[in-house]
Write a protein of this length. Structure first.
Length: 330
């Protein structure tokens, strides 16, 4: 099979390797699509040579390992890209990202989805209904990120929410805010095409700049970019007892304006990853029509063009999720 491996120049080489075989409690899937997200862009410069990235993946089950129950060859699955112990308190609670033994597919030695075939833990693989397109499997992970952020915010029906950023996380957050029944969903992004996408995903109004956001008008603010100055934007936008959730990955200190947070009695929370039940909820929403992921689908490129895919995301040159189809030729 063909895989894309990181090289010493912080790019990718396409190489041929033997097809994988499933270990106990594993599935082998033919990858239908694998998304490229902002965390991939941030992680790529730090990846040693020889890694296979890609954590937003799914596809058709082609082999089933020993001890696997509930999966059959030929079904389509979305993969929660976490390998965890399965027996600790965090795993029992469904917070698998906080298992002390956690490893991430595509973010270390465990191969991810930028490959024609990928091995995945069976208990973290979730079947899609047969009538859903195979590409939807790669969108479950980013939508589960948005859902986890909305859950972390404890967003309730009738509340007003500010979503900062209309990239992948911002758009999926917007979709779930609409599905939750938020009365007002304002999305801020400087890119006009992304603002249009936000409206398609359920935003009630949009703004090009944080300076255009109404002060003290929101119950919840969800920061989906990962830039340090945006925390104070969120503080100003909230009314008393408002909640801020940071879902954007920021590698710099985020200054808090203490007097504003104090006088408004704000709560600041952080949200990372997802739970298995959020994968199931996302798939059910796709299947039932509560959420249409189609506006999130951007260009679909072949594995040979993975460098182009990363360049598109890095330059914010497209709207929607850039997907890699390892078996495709486009």
């Amino acid at each position: 099979m063909k895989i894309a491996v990181t090289n010493e120049r912080h790019g990718f080489d396409i190489v041929e390797v033997p097809d994988p075989t499933p270990g106990p409690q594993e599935l082998i899937i033919r990858v239908a699509a694998c998304g490229v997200c902002g965390s991939d862009i941030k992680a790529q410069p730090y990846m040693p040579a020889g890694m296979v990235m890609g954590h937003e993946l799914g596809g058709e089950v082609v082999a089933v390992g020993a001890g696997v129950k509930g999966h059959q060859v030929g079904s389509n699955v979305a993969v929660l890209p976490v390998i965890s112990c399965g027996s600790c308190a965090a795993c029992a609670a469904g917070t698998v990202a906080h298992c002390a033994a956690t490893r991430y597919l595509g973010m270390g030695p465990d191969r991810g989805g930028f490959a024609e075939f990928a091995a995945a833990p069976a208990r973290h693989s979730f079947r899609l209904p047969d009538d859903l397109p195979g590409t939807y499997a790669a969108l479950v992970e980013p939508f589960a990120v948005g859902l986890h952020g909305v859950h972390t915010a404890e967003l309730a029906e009738g509340e007003s929410v500010l979503v900062v950023g209309a990239g992948g996380v911002g758009l999926t957050t917007t979709a779930w805010a609409r599905e939750t029944g938020a009365q007002r969903i304002t999305v801020v992004d400087p890119d006009a095409r992304r603002r249009d996408s936000a409206v398609a995903m359920g935003a009630t109004d949009v703004a090009a700049s944080a300076s255009d956001v109404e002060t003290g008008a929101y119950d919840v603010a969800i920061e989906c970019v990962g830039r340090p100055e945006l925390l104070q934007v969120c503080q100003a936008a909230l009314r008393a007892f408002g909640r801020i959730v940071i879902t954007g990955a920021c590698d710099q200190p985020m200054p808090i304006e203490p007097i504003t947070a104090l006088l408004k009695e704000l709560t600041i929370r952080f949200s990372v990853c997802y739970r298995p039940d959020e994968f199931r909820e996302t798939i059910a929403a796709f299947a039932g029509g509560a959420i249409d992921p189609t506006p999130m689908i951007g260009p679909i490129l072949s594995l040979d063009r993975i460098g182009d895919a990363f360049d598109l995301v890095r330059a914010a040159g497209v709207h929607g999720r850039v997907l890699v189809n390892p078996g495709g030729s486009a």
